[in-house]
Design a protein around this ligand. Sequence first.
Ligand code: GLU
Length: 271
Amino acid sequence: MRRIGAMMIAAAAAVAGLTACGGDSSGGDDKFVVGIKIDQPGLGQKQPDGSFKGFDVDVARYIAKELGYADDKLEFKEAQSANRESFIQQGQVDIVIATYSITDDRKKKVGFAGPYLVTGQDILTRADDTSINNVEDLKGKKVCGAQGSSSPKRLADKFGAEWKSQFLTEQQGYGACLPLLENKQVDAISTDATILAGFATQKPGKFRLVGQPFSEEKYGVGVKLDDKDTREKINKALEKMFQDGSWKKAVDANFGEFGKFFTTPPTVERY
Ligand code: GLU
């Protein structure tokens, strides 16, 4: 973490009347801070003991190690879909690993290493709802998505502004969509299949993953826009993770049954 970033966090924490977490006050600048999701089982989930678990977490650990940071120098910071760009731009984190799709729009603001995983936008319904079987079926349905996420935007672009105001609910994170689906306040959650599979696995029998993906989501590691050096170091770390079996191990450890859809790692794209 660069000194300026640490100072900004300290200042922000002071303003908010909070204490900086993770003992930032002493030598916070030698930490490697990774923005991560906290409410996505299998990808990035905060555990009751405060630790983090998931595929993105394993990717972060591997990268940190390859970049020369000991375990106790790695710090996770909760990121939401909507603040990933600003976290990177303002130096609140060193990198973001948070189901972060590489898109042309985002490439104008941040740099991306990777991809390290490729998935697609899909749909989660209640288990007993058989009326939704593909994206077209969402046209007359209430859908939940996360603010700042590319998933609700894709639907709004497809169905238009009227649909958006009538049928789309946006929450801070996908975890917050889940109770809305259970309570029938919405009919579906639509985002990456990886995220939805994690929810379905966590509550067996409650939900149905439709399984008709309608986009290609390439997960990248977000870095500062012109930090080509860090980007290349991370690309090399990812290639090593792909080759030495650690990637597959992380897939199997975190995705369970769903891991069978991820047999081979993607190819890193140097742009
Ligand atoms: N991968 C998509 C995105 O980056 C959806 C998941 C998310 O918002 O984290 O927007």
